[in-house]
Design a protein around this ligand. Structure first.
Ligand code: DGJ
Length: 726
């Protein structure tokens, strides 16, 4: 791709315009037809001679009546389309037909690695246009697609469906992996071959995307997805509101893919000369399987997307499962001592610290009343922050500022701020309701909650931002009062949230914040512009967690996933700490309950974690043995310069006759020329390692033959540190 601003426009006698959207290893080619319709004509490896892209479409010969629209770059409804549309509108005059023709395009370089292609399509009959955006990061093979819709008709236009992206693949045989979820069972993968017809994955939860279905997906071309070979696309609709992904194998056995906001109850009235920007579809492509695609996405996320993605994170002790709502100053100060003893960076005060008229002593009251509870915390938060500092700890705090309990002063004073159907009984999700973020006063309130906390306690080092409820009885008092359609609520809620986060980040650009959602409800690449990390699941049972972390790892780098050691399950402390170390490590236990051996093991394991965390956070991840397919699971993180690596191995099947130790695990990502020593770390006091730490291996050997971590029923969790021998 040559750089410099490249522009094109429709000519009167239509000459085909060919627009390649090229990453380092992939290309999507769009091309106009004789009447300026824009089509996707190619998806595959880039051609050596870009002038040959123009000839690609010549080899295809679909010639029935509907040929010429099925592969539209953005499929309009109401004229001659017979497939799932990307856009459906009702014009100002009530007419529902839409046609879109190529008007012009430009390619703008951003830096040596990235560029933005903008293509403008216009209806020949109506003053209505759609701009398609493709932002490309070449080296990472990552593309972000979104659209912007505008019109200058005589009155408002109703947008009935308004997708972010519309893609077309003519490779044969498509395999789709999607993720079914629920509380404490997030990211359960399922792969199916797509058959002719439409397969949709969607959500209607309002506040969060991932509780039941996930906006993350893997598309594999030609055969089921595999880790080290084959063409795959790993993607996500970056929107925490309602989403819809439509996969349609058409009558030509090609795949149409349309992703965007869920049109469900979301007709949007667009005023003349205003524009509607859709959320982004973000995806990574690879011709060498899901491993490479994940590494591309991880690198992109850390470098270009996640707040402070290449920075540091704070290890912590959280008091949620240690105390639930039952704590006071002294109990917390006792936990500070435990945190210091463990050697973590921060203490995180969870739910239950607020509410006076309706104290937050359980999850039925107090939410919305963000003043310290004077009984539990008579000396206030400031005092706790200072006390933590005395112990050498930073102090973080839990908030759920988008929500309200009906038993709260906020609800009593501001019923008009609450999403609820005024004429129906209220329906609660975890005993709470959602605030109407479409309302700018509510946005001010939510911003104020955060701002007040920081103004009063400038040393606060971290926020855990929770979101436990979905929207039931979707009805906005604000939209009603302003005479605006209720069908704007789902969209305005999310936009309202972004507006608050913009303000928070303008004033507090750096403070780390965790996205939490009573389970992995909110890990998306739009919100992660404002947050440093997210909470993948309340399920911290470590065997379950191996599977979940594995499945999240396709889409998110380890640095953004928060893993806490808790008392869930029956695994020993070593197993729990090892599993939680594959991400950002935290603890949610009462340290005084640990016996002497466990305490000393934990202290050593945290020291070890501090010594290798930069590899887990900033290095390259290689999934070696899939727990869904074997008795063990093995994952490797390799430093960028390939001089250091850390490998995590776990037993995931406890039947007597396991085959885990039969054979070595083959490594990946090392330098074949370098020599390495493999040493077991995180061994439990008094238990000798069975790994000979003095042996030297070349990277070549480790990546062809491998090494046996000796995972057995007695050694269920094995962490290996791999260092270059100079
Ligand atoms: C749900 C979160 O996932 C938990 O970690 C905890 O913060 C609770 N909310 C508090 O109510």
């Amino acid at each position: 791709m040559a750089f410099g601003l490249i522009v094109g426009s429709a000519s009167l006698v239509a000459q085909p315009v060919t627009i390649p959207i090229e990453t380092e290893n992939h290309v999507i080619v769009l091309q106009t037809d004789i009447s300026n319709g824009l089509h996707t004509v190619y998806f595959g490896k880039p051609l050596a001679y870009p002038n040959e892209y123009a000839a690609v479409s010549g080899g295809y010969n679909y010639n029935d009546d509907n040929a010429g629209i099925y592969d539209a770059a953005y499929t309009p409804a109401g004229t001659w389309n017979l497939s799932e549309p990307a856009i459906q509108v009702t014009h100002a005059d009530g007419n529902k037909s839409l046609d879109l023709k190529y008007l012009r395009h430009e390619v703008k370089p951003i830096d040596a690695n990235s560029y933005l292609t903008t293509i403008v399509l216009k209806d020949p009959l109506y003053a209505f246009q759609v701009s398609l955006y493709y932002k490309v990061w070449k080296k990472e093979n990552v593309i972000e697609q979104w659209t912007e819709i505008r019109h200058s008709e005589k009155g408002p236009v109703i947008l009935r469906k308004y997708a972010s992206a519309n893609m077309y693949f003519s490779n044969k045989d498509f395999y789709l992996t999607t993720y079914n979820s629920g509380w404490a069972r997030e990211m359960q993968p399922g792969e199916t071959k797509l058959l002719p017809g439409l397969r949709s994955v969607d959500s209607k939860l309002g506040t969060r995307a991932m509780l039941l279905q996930s906006p993350n997906f893997i598309l594999s071309f030609g055969k089921p997805a595999s880790e080290n070979e084959g063409t795959v696309m790993l993607g996500q609709l970056a929107w925490c509101g309602n989403f819809k992904l439509d996969f349609e194998v058409d009558s030509y056995r090609n795949l149409r893919f349309i992703a965007g906001i869920n049109p469900y109850e979301s007709e949007y009235t667009l005023q003349p000369n205003q524009s509607f920007k859709t959320p982004s579809l973000v995806y990574a492509l690879s011709n060498s399987g899901t491993g490479e695609a994940s590494r591309g996405l991880h690198n992109w996320a850390r470098k270009y997307r996640v707040l402070d993605g290449e920075g540091e994170r704070l290890t912590l002790l959280n008091n949620w499962e240690a105390t639930y709502f039952n704590f006071d100053e002294n109990k917390l100060k006792g936990l500070f001592k435990g945190a210091k003893e463990l050697g973590v960076d921060m203490f995180l005060l969870d739910d239950g610290w607020f509410g006076n008229k309706h104290p937050r002593d359980g999850d039925t009251a107090g939410l919305g009343d963000w003043q310290e509870n004077v009984k539990k915390l008579p000396s206030g938060l400031g005092y706790l922050v200072q006390e933590a500092r005395q112990e050498g700890l930073k102090f973080g705090i839990w908030l759920e500022p988008e929500m309200v309990n009906p038993k709260s002063e906020l609800y009593e004073k501001h019923l008009d701020w609450v999403i609820r159907q005024p004429q129906r009984p209220e329906k609660y999700f975890r005993n709470q309701l959602v605030l109407d973020l479409a309302n700018p006063d509510v946005q001010d309130f939510v911003f104020g909650v955060v701002d007040n906390l920081f103004t009063k306690n400038p040393e606060l080092a971290f926020i855990k931002w929770d979101c436990n409820a979905v929207i039931y009885n979707a009805y906005s008092p604000y939209l009603q009062k302003r005479g605006l359609p209720q069908s704007h609520l789902y969209v305005e809620y999310v936009k309202g949230l972004y507006a608050v986060l913009e303000r928070i980040r303008a004033k507090y650009p750096k403070v780390p914040m965790m996205l939490c959602s009573g389970g992995g409800g909110r890990g998306d690449y739009e919100l992660l512009k404002y947050y440093t990390e997210f909470w993948p699941s309340d399920d911290t049972e470590p065997v379950e967690r191996i599977f979940q972390q594995w499945d999240y790892s396709y889409f998110f780098p380890a640095i953004v996933t928060d893993n806490h050691v808790t008392d869930w399950g029956r695994q020993p402390l070593k197993f729990r700490i090892d599993v939680a170390s594959m991400g950002k490590l935290g603890f949610d236990i009462v340290t005084s309950h640990l016996n002497a051996m466990d305490r000393s093991f934990a202290q050593q394991a945290i020291k070890n974690y501090h010594s290798f965390k930069d590899i887990v956070w900033h290095g390259d991840q290689y999934r070696l043995v899939n727990p869904h397919e074997a008795d063990i699971s093995a994952l490797l993180y390799v430093s960028r310069d390939k001089t250091r690596a850390v490998m995590f191995n776990y037993l995931v099947n406890t039947r007597y006759k396991i085959t885990a130790t039969d054979r070595p695990v083959v490594l990946n990502g090392l330098d074949p020329q370098k020599k390495y020593r493999v040493k077991e770390i995180n061994t439990y006091p008094g238990i000798a390692s069975t790994i000979d730490g003095n042996k030297e291996y070349t990277g070549d050997f480790l990546m062809k033959v491998g090494i046996n971590p000796d995972v057995t029923l007695l050694r269920t969790s094995v962490v290996l540190q791999i260092d270059e021998v100079k």
